[in-house]
Design a protein around this ligand. Structure first.
Ligand code: ADP
Length: 396
Protein backbone atom coordinates (compact mmCIF):
# COMPACT_ATOMS: atom_id res chain seq x y z
CA UNK A 1 0.00 0.00 0.00
CA UNK A 2 1.37 3.40 -0.98
CA UNK A 3 0.79 6.20 1.48
CA UNK A 4 1.36 9.93 1.86
CA UNK A 5 2.16 11.57 5.16
CA UNK A 6 1.02 15.15 5.70
CA UNK A 7 2.80 17.16 8.41
CA UNK A 8 1.71 20.40 10.01
CA UNK A 9 4.39 21.43 12.49
CA UNK A 10 4.03 24.26 14.99
CA UNK A 11 6.05 25.47 17.96
CA UNK A 12 4.76 22.91 20.45
CA UNK A 13 3.06 20.27 18.30
CA UNK A 14 3.54 18.24 15.16
CA UNK A 15 0.22 17.19 13.66
CA UNK A 16 0.12 14.52 10.98
CA UNK A 17 -2.31 12.63 8.77
CA UNK A 18 -1.68 9.49 6.78
CA UNK A 19 -3.47 8.91 3.46
CA UNK A 20 -3.61 5.78 1.34
CA UNK A 21 -3.14 6.35 -2.42
CA UNK A 22 -5.28 4.15 -4.65
CA UNK A 23 -4.27 3.14 -8.20
CA UNK A 24 -6.36 5.99 -9.60
CA UNK A 25 -4.58 8.41 -7.19
CA UNK A 26 -7.72 8.79 -5.02
CA UNK A 27 -6.75 9.50 -1.42
CA UNK A 28 -8.26 7.91 1.68
CA UNK A 29 -7.50 9.12 5.19
CA UNK A 30 -6.10 6.26 7.29
CA UNK A 31 -5.21 7.97 10.55
CA UNK A 32 -4.56 11.34 12.11
CA UNK A 33 -2.37 12.13 15.06
CA UNK A 34 -0.12 14.55 16.78
CA UNK A 35 2.78 14.87 19.13
CA UNK A 36 1.71 17.70 21.42
CA UNK A 37 3.45 19.31 24.39
CA UNK A 38 6.88 19.25 22.71
CA UNK A 39 9.57 20.39 25.12
CA UNK A 40 7.28 20.04 28.13
CA UNK A 41 5.03 16.97 28.50
CA UNK A 42 5.06 15.42 25.06
CA UNK A 43 2.30 13.03 24.11
CA UNK A 44 1.78 11.00 20.95
CA UNK A 45 -1.90 10.51 20.22
CA UNK A 46 -3.22 8.88 17.07
CA UNK A 47 -6.78 8.13 15.93
CA UNK A 48 -8.10 6.11 13.05
CA UNK A 49 -10.54 7.63 10.55
CA UNK A 50 -13.47 6.38 12.67
CA UNK A 51 -11.89 7.92 15.80
CA UNK A 52 -10.63 4.70 17.39
CA UNK A 53 -7.63 5.47 19.59
CA UNK A 54 -4.54 3.90 18.02
CA UNK A 55 -1.93 5.46 20.28
CA UNK A 56 -1.79 7.53 23.43
CA UNK A 57 1.72 7.62 24.76
CA UNK A 58 3.46 10.11 27.05
CA UNK A 59 7.12 11.11 26.82
CA UNK A 60 9.39 13.03 29.13
CA UNK A 61 10.77 16.45 28.19
CA UNK A 62 14.13 14.74 27.78
CA UNK A 63 12.74 12.13 25.34
CA UNK A 64 11.02 14.71 23.09
CA UNK A 65 12.85 18.01 23.48
CA UNK A 66 12.06 19.42 20.01
CA UNK A 67 10.15 19.07 16.74
CA UNK A 68 12.78 16.80 15.22
CA UNK A 69 12.58 14.35 18.14
CA UNK A 70 8.76 14.46 17.94
CA UNK A 71 8.92 13.58 14.27
CA UNK A 72 11.30 10.70 14.97
CA UNK A 73 8.94 9.30 17.63
CA UNK A 74 5.92 9.54 15.35
CA UNK A 75 7.90 8.08 12.43
CA UNK A 76 9.15 5.16 14.54
CA UNK A 77 5.61 4.45 15.73
CA UNK A 78 4.27 4.45 12.15
CA UNK A 79 7.09 2.15 10.96
CA UNK A 80 7.19 -0.26 13.89
CA UNK A 81 3.49 -0.56 14.69
CA UNK A 82 1.90 -0.17 11.29
CA UNK A 83 4.72 -0.92 8.87
CA UNK A 84 4.11 2.48 7.26
CA UNK A 85 6.70 3.73 4.79
CA UNK A 86 5.22 6.79 3.09
CA UNK A 87 6.28 7.35 -0.52
CA UNK A 88 6.14 11.11 -0.02
CA UNK A 89 5.60 13.68 2.71
CA UNK A 90 3.63 16.91 2.25
CA UNK A 91 4.27 19.83 4.60
CA UNK A 92 2.29 22.89 5.49
CA UNK A 93 4.62 25.89 5.27
CA UNK A 94 3.20 29.26 6.15
CA UNK A 95 5.37 31.44 3.92
CA UNK A 96 6.41 30.91 0.33
CA UNK A 97 7.58 34.49 -0.12
CA UNK A 98 6.64 36.69 -3.08
CA UNK A 99 7.29 34.16 -5.83
CA UNK A 100 5.96 30.74 -4.83
CA UNK A 101 2.46 30.57 -6.26
CA UNK A 102 2.19 26.77 -5.99
CA UNK A 103 3.63 23.86 -4.02
CA UNK A 104 7.20 22.71 -4.69
CA UNK A 105 9.32 19.61 -4.20
CA UNK A 106 11.86 20.54 -1.56
CA UNK A 107 15.55 19.84 -1.52
CA UNK A 108 18.29 21.57 0.43
CA UNK A 109 18.42 24.57 -1.87
CA UNK A 110 14.66 25.13 -1.55
CA UNK A 111 14.92 24.86 2.24
CA UNK A 112 17.73 27.44 2.18
CA UNK A 113 15.49 29.74 0.16
CA UNK A 114 12.52 29.22 2.49
CA UNK A 115 14.74 30.01 5.47
CA UNK A 116 15.04 33.52 4.03
CA UNK A 117 11.36 34.04 4.92
CA UNK A 118 11.84 33.21 8.61
CA UNK A 119 12.02 36.95 9.49
CA UNK A 120 8.64 37.39 7.75
CA UNK A 121 6.97 34.66 9.85
CA UNK A 122 9.25 34.08 12.84
CA UNK A 123 6.68 32.24 14.94
CA UNK A 124 5.70 29.71 12.26
CA UNK A 125 8.28 29.31 9.49
CA UNK A 126 11.14 27.82 11.57
CA UNK A 127 8.83 25.14 12.98
CA UNK A 128 7.38 24.36 9.54
CA UNK A 129 10.89 23.87 8.15
CA UNK A 130 12.28 21.79 11.05
CA UNK A 131 10.65 18.48 10.00
CA UNK A 132 11.66 19.03 6.37
CA UNK A 133 15.28 19.42 7.40
CA UNK A 134 15.06 16.48 9.75
CA UNK A 135 13.71 14.20 6.99
CA UNK A 136 16.31 15.43 4.50
CA UNK A 137 18.96 14.39 7.03
CA UNK A 138 17.48 11.07 8.06
CA UNK A 139 15.47 9.84 5.06
CA UNK A 140 16.80 11.70 2.03
CA UNK A 141 15.12 9.28 -0.43
CA UNK A 142 11.59 10.43 0.53
CA UNK A 143 10.06 13.01 -1.80
CA UNK A 144 9.00 16.05 0.23
CA UNK A 145 6.57 18.71 -0.92
CA UNK A 146 6.00 22.13 0.66
CA UNK A 147 2.53 23.69 0.37
CA UNK A 148 2.38 27.37 1.25
CA UNK A 149 -0.40 29.27 3.00
CA UNK A 150 0.58 32.33 1.01
CA UNK A 151 0.69 30.72 -2.48
CA UNK A 152 -3.00 30.94 -3.40
CA UNK A 153 -2.95 34.74 -3.11
CA UNK A 154 0.08 35.30 -5.34
CA UNK A 155 -2.05 36.28 -8.31
CA UNK A 156 -3.21 39.46 -6.52
CA UNK A 157 -2.85 42.67 -8.49
CA UNK A 158 -0.52 45.46 -7.32
CA UNK A 159 -3.37 47.40 -5.68
CA UNK A 160 -4.10 44.47 -3.37
CA UNK A 161 -0.44 43.60 -2.84
CA UNK A 162 0.91 46.97 -1.65
CA UNK A 163 1.02 49.02 1.51
CA UNK A 164 1.16 52.79 1.15
CA UNK A 165 4.72 53.06 2.43
CA UNK A 166 7.88 53.91 0.45
CA UNK A 167 8.28 51.57 -2.49
CA UNK A 168 11.66 50.16 -1.49
CA UNK A 169 9.96 48.30 1.36
CA UNK A 170 7.82 46.48 -1.19
CA UNK A 171 10.96 45.39 -3.04
CA UNK A 172 12.35 44.14 0.28
CA UNK A 173 9.28 41.95 0.77
CA UNK A 174 6.96 44.12 2.85
CA UNK A 175 3.81 43.13 0.96
CA UNK A 176 0.28 42.00 1.59
CA UNK A 177 0.84 38.25 1.20
CA UNK A 178 -2.33 36.80 2.70
CA UNK A 179 -2.60 33.36 4.35
CA UNK A 180 -4.98 30.38 4.86
CA UNK A 181 -4.48 29.81 1.13
CA UNK A 182 -4.47 26.01 1.37
CA UNK A 183 -7.91 26.17 2.96
CA UNK A 184 -9.20 28.65 0.35
CA UNK A 185 -7.89 26.54 -2.50
CA UNK A 186 -9.66 23.49 -1.08
CA UNK A 187 -12.94 25.41 -0.67
CA UNK A 188 -12.68 26.86 -4.19
CA UNK A 189 -12.32 23.33 -5.58
CA UNK A 190 -15.18 21.95 -3.45
CA UNK A 191 -17.48 24.79 -4.43
CA UNK A 192 -16.62 24.27 -8.06
CA UNK A 193 -17.67 20.63 -7.78
CA UNK A 194 -20.81 21.42 -5.75
CA UNK A 195 -22.07 24.43 -7.67
CA UNK A 196 -19.87 25.26 -10.68
CA UNK A 197 -21.95 28.22 -11.83
CA UNK A 198 -21.71 29.78 -8.34
CA UNK A 199 -17.96 29.09 -8.16
CA UNK A 200 -17.47 31.09 -11.36
CA UNK A 201 -18.95 34.17 -9.70
CA UNK A 202 -18.05 36.54 -6.87
CA UNK A 203 -17.55 34.58 -3.65
CA UNK A 204 -16.36 35.42 -0.14
CA UNK A 205 -14.93 32.55 1.91
CA UNK A 206 -14.77 33.15 5.65
CA UNK A 207 -12.17 30.89 7.29
CA UNK A 208 -13.15 31.39 10.93
CA UNK A 209 -10.99 29.28 13.26
CA UNK A 210 -8.49 30.13 15.99
CA UNK A 211 -6.85 32.09 13.22
CA UNK A 212 -9.40 33.82 11.03
CA UNK A 213 -9.41 35.52 7.67
CA UNK A 214 -11.61 36.05 4.63
CA UNK A 215 -10.85 35.70 0.96
CA UNK A 216 -12.53 37.23 -2.09
CA UNK A 217 -12.71 34.71 -4.92
CA UNK A 218 -13.46 35.77 -8.47
CA UNK A 219 -13.97 32.79 -10.75
CA UNK A 220 -12.23 30.58 -8.19
CA UNK A 221 -9.14 32.78 -7.86
CA UNK A 222 -8.17 34.89 -4.87
CA UNK A 223 -8.22 38.60 -5.68
CA UNK A 224 -8.19 40.04 -2.15
CA UNK A 225 -7.90 38.83 1.44
CA UNK A 226 -8.02 40.28 4.94
CA UNK A 227 -4.60 39.12 6.17
CA UNK A 228 -1.56 40.91 4.84
CA UNK A 229 2.14 40.92 5.65
CA UNK A 230 1.61 38.70 8.68
CA UNK A 231 -1.13 36.54 10.15
CA UNK A 232 -2.09 39.41 12.48
CA UNK A 233 -4.17 41.65 10.22
CA UNK A 234 -7.85 41.60 9.33
CA UNK A 235 -10.40 39.82 11.51
CA UNK A 236 -10.08 39.52 15.29
CA UNK A 237 -8.95 35.99 16.18
CA UNK A 238 -8.61 33.75 19.23
CA UNK A 239 -5.58 35.60 20.57
CA UNK A 240 -4.68 38.07 17.78
CA UNK A 241 -6.30 41.47 17.43
CA UNK A 242 -6.86 41.68 13.68
CA UNK A 243 -6.85 45.15 12.17
CA UNK A 244 -5.13 47.57 14.54
CA UNK A 245 -4.09 51.18 14.06
CA UNK A 246 -0.25 51.14 13.86
CA UNK A 247 -0.43 54.20 16.11
CA UNK A 248 -1.38 51.86 18.94
CA UNK A 249 1.92 50.03 18.50
CA UNK A 250 3.87 53.30 18.49
CA UNK A 251 2.09 54.31 21.67
CA UNK A 252 2.88 50.97 23.35
CA UNK A 253 6.55 51.09 22.41
CA UNK A 254 7.32 54.80 22.70
CA UNK A 255 5.06 55.91 25.54
CA UNK A 256 4.54 52.68 27.50
CA UNK A 257 8.10 51.48 26.76
CA UNK A 258 7.03 47.95 25.92
CA UNK A 259 9.89 45.89 24.52
CA UNK A 260 9.40 44.39 21.03
CA UNK A 261 9.12 40.90 22.55
CA UNK A 262 6.32 42.09 24.85
CA UNK A 263 4.48 43.67 21.91
CA UNK A 264 4.86 40.42 19.97
CA UNK A 265 3.45 38.46 22.90
CA UNK A 266 0.54 40.90 23.19
CA UNK A 267 -0.28 40.71 19.48
CA UNK A 268 0.05 36.95 19.00
CA UNK A 269 -1.07 35.55 22.34
CA UNK A 270 -2.96 38.04 24.50
CA UNK A 271 -5.34 39.86 22.19
CA UNK A 272 -8.41 38.95 20.13
CA UNK A 273 -11.26 37.08 21.82
CA UNK A 274 -9.01 36.31 24.77
CA UNK A 275 -7.97 39.90 25.32
CA UNK A 276 -11.44 41.31 24.79
CA UNK A 277 -13.29 38.85 27.00
CA UNK A 278 -10.57 38.36 29.60
CA UNK A 279 -11.97 34.81 29.76
CA UNK A 280 -10.87 32.61 26.89
CA UNK A 281 -9.80 32.52 23.26
CA UNK A 282 -12.24 29.71 22.55
CA UNK A 283 -15.49 30.64 20.79
CA UNK A 284 -17.35 27.59 22.04
CA UNK A 285 -16.53 28.49 25.64
CA UNK A 286 -17.52 32.11 25.04
CA UNK A 287 -20.87 31.00 23.66
CA UNK A 288 -21.44 28.84 26.75
CA UNK A 289 -20.58 31.70 29.12
CA UNK A 290 -23.14 34.06 30.67
CA UNK A 291 -20.53 36.71 31.29
CA UNK A 292 -21.29 39.97 29.46
CA UNK A 293 -17.62 40.23 28.47
CA UNK A 294 -18.03 36.94 26.60
CA UNK A 295 -21.04 38.18 24.65
CA UNK A 296 -19.23 41.45 23.90
CA UNK A 297 -16.29 39.51 22.43
CA UNK A 298 -18.67 37.49 20.22
CA UNK A 299 -20.50 40.64 19.10
CA UNK A 300 -17.18 42.27 18.28
CA UNK A 301 -16.06 39.24 16.24
CA UNK A 302 -19.33 39.25 14.28
CA UNK A 303 -19.24 43.02 13.73
CA UNK A 304 -15.66 43.07 12.45
CA UNK A 305 -16.29 40.03 10.24
CA UNK A 306 -19.22 41.82 8.62
CA UNK A 307 -17.15 45.00 8.11
CA UNK A 308 -14.44 43.01 6.34
CA UNK A 309 -17.04 41.21 4.23
CA UNK A 310 -18.21 44.65 3.10
CA UNK A 311 -14.65 45.52 2.09
CA UNK A 312 -14.22 42.30 0.11
CA UNK A 313 -17.60 42.81 -1.57
CA UNK A 314 -16.28 46.16 -2.80
CA UNK A 315 -13.19 44.41 -4.17
CA UNK A 316 -15.44 41.93 -6.01
CA UNK A 317 -17.92 44.55 -7.21
CA UNK A 318 -20.83 42.61 -5.68
CA UNK A 319 -21.46 39.22 -4.17
CA UNK A 320 -22.98 35.95 -5.42
CA UNK A 321 -22.07 33.52 -2.65
CA UNK A 322 -20.67 33.41 0.86
CA UNK A 323 -18.98 30.35 2.38
CA UNK A 324 -18.35 29.67 6.08
CA UNK A 325 -15.54 27.29 7.01
CA UNK A 326 -13.10 26.25 9.83
CA UNK A 327 -13.90 25.60 13.51
CA UNK A 328 -16.19 28.57 14.16
CA UNK A 329 -17.55 28.88 10.61
CA UNK A 330 -18.46 25.20 10.48
CA UNK A 331 -19.80 24.83 14.01
CA UNK A 332 -21.35 28.05 15.27
CA UNK A 333 -24.87 28.76 13.98
CA UNK A 334 -24.90 31.85 16.23
CA UNK A 335 -21.85 33.46 14.63
CA UNK A 336 -23.07 32.57 11.13
CA UNK A 337 -26.50 34.05 11.84
CA UNK A 338 -24.95 37.19 13.36
CA UNK A 339 -22.71 37.84 10.36
CA UNK A 340 -25.51 37.05 7.89
CA UNK A 341 -27.86 39.42 9.67
CA UNK A 342 -25.35 42.26 9.44
CA UNK A 343 -24.99 41.51 5.72
CA UNK A 344 -28.74 41.67 5.12
CA UNK A 345 -28.17 44.85 3.06
CA UNK A 346 -26.33 42.67 0.53
CA UNK A 347 -29.43 40.56 0.10
CA UNK A 348 -28.27 37.75 2.39
CA UNK A 349 -30.93 35.92 4.36
CA UNK A 350 -30.48 32.59 6.09
CA UNK A 351 -32.85 29.68 6.45
CA UNK A 352 -32.81 29.40 10.21
CA UNK A 353 -33.54 25.67 10.37
CA UNK A 354 -30.90 24.89 7.76
CA UNK A 355 -28.38 27.07 9.60
CA UNK A 356 -29.12 25.37 12.92
CA UNK A 357 -28.85 21.96 11.26
CA UNK A 358 -25.55 23.01 9.63
CA UNK A 359 -26.82 22.09 6.20
CA UNK A 360 -24.54 22.63 3.22
CA UNK A 361 -26.74 25.41 1.80
CA UNK A 362 -28.07 27.60 4.61
CA UNK A 363 -29.47 30.60 2.73
CA UNK A 364 -33.23 30.97 2.31
CA UNK A 365 -34.76 30.60 -1.16
CA UNK A 366 -35.27 34.42 -1.26
CA UNK A 367 -31.63 35.18 -0.48
CA UNK A 368 -29.90 37.04 -3.33
CA UNK A 369 -26.59 35.53 -2.14
CA UNK A 370 -26.18 31.75 -1.72
CA UNK A 371 -24.66 30.93 1.67
CA UNK A 372 -22.83 27.65 2.25
CA UNK A 373 -21.12 25.81 5.09
CA UNK A 374 -18.24 23.79 3.66
CA UNK A 375 -15.85 21.97 6.01
CA UNK A 376 -12.28 22.71 5.05
CA UNK A 377 -9.62 20.02 4.70
CA UNK A 378 -6.17 21.53 4.43
CA UNK A 379 -4.43 18.18 4.95
CA UNK A 380 -6.29 16.56 2.05
CA UNK A 381 -5.36 19.52 -0.14
CA UNK A 382 -1.69 19.09 0.83
CA UNK A 383 -1.91 15.33 0.19
CA UNK A 384 -3.38 15.97 -3.28
CA UNK A 385 -0.62 18.39 -4.19
CA UNK A 386 1.95 15.93 -2.87
CA UNK A 387 0.59 13.09 -5.03
CA UNK A 388 0.55 15.36 -8.10
CA UNK A 389 4.13 16.51 -7.59
CA UNK A 390 5.25 12.98 -6.76
CA UNK A 391 3.82 11.78 -10.08
CA UNK A 392 5.47 14.66 -11.95
CA UNK A 393 8.75 13.98 -10.14
CA UNK A 394 8.64 10.27 -10.99
CA UNK A 395 7.93 11.00 -14.68
CA UNK A 396 10.78 13.52 -14.92
P1 ADP B 1 -7.35 26.01 14.35
O1 ADP B 1 -7.34 24.83 13.40
O2 ADP B 1 -6.93 27.31 13.73
O3 ADP B 1 -6.73 25.75 15.68
P2 ADP B 1 -10.18 25.58 14.33
O4 ADP B 1 -10.49 25.74 12.90
O5 ADP B 1 -10.19 24.21 14.91
O6 ADP B 1 -8.84 26.31 14.70
O7 ADP B 1 -11.21 26.48 15.15
C1 ADP B 1 -11.15 26.58 16.54
C2 ADP B 1 -12.29 27.47 16.99
O8 ADP B 1 -13.54 26.87 16.60
C3 ADP B 1 -12.34 27.67 18.50
O9 ADP B 1 -12.60 29.02 18.79
C4 ADP B 1 -13.51 26.80 18.89
O10 ADP B 1 -14.15 27.22 20.06
C5 ADP B 1 -14.42 26.98 17.70
N1 ADP B 1 -15.46 25.94 17.71
C6 ADP B 1 -15.32 24.62 17.55
N2 ADP B 1 -16.51 24.00 17.71
C7 ADP B 1 -17.42 24.96 18.00
C8 ADP B 1 -18.83 24.98 18.28
N3 ADP B 1 -19.54 23.87 18.30
N4 ADP B 1 -19.42 26.18 18.52
C9 ADP B 1 -18.70 27.32 18.50
N5 ADP B 1 -17.38 27.38 18.24
C10 ADP B 1 -16.75 26.22 17.99
Amino acid sequence: MDSILVINAGSSSVKFQLFEIAQNRELTLLMKGQVGGIGTQARLSVHSRDNTVLADQAFSRHEVPDVSAALNRAGAWLRDRHNVHPVAVGHRVVHGGPDHDRPVVVDRSVVAELERYIPLAPLHQPHNLAPIRSLLDNQPHIVQVACFDSAFHRGHGPLADHYAIPEHFYAEGVRRYGFHGISYEYIAERLNRMAPEVAQGRVIVAHLGSGASMCALLNGRSIETTMGFSVLDGLPMGTRPGQLDPGVLLYLMLQKKLEPAAVEELLYHESGLKGLSGITNDMQELEASRDTRASFAIDYFVYRAALHAGMLTAALGGLDAFVFTAGIGENSPTVRAGIAERLGWLGISLDRAQNDARAQLISSPQSRVAVYVIPTDEELMIARHTVQLLAANTRA
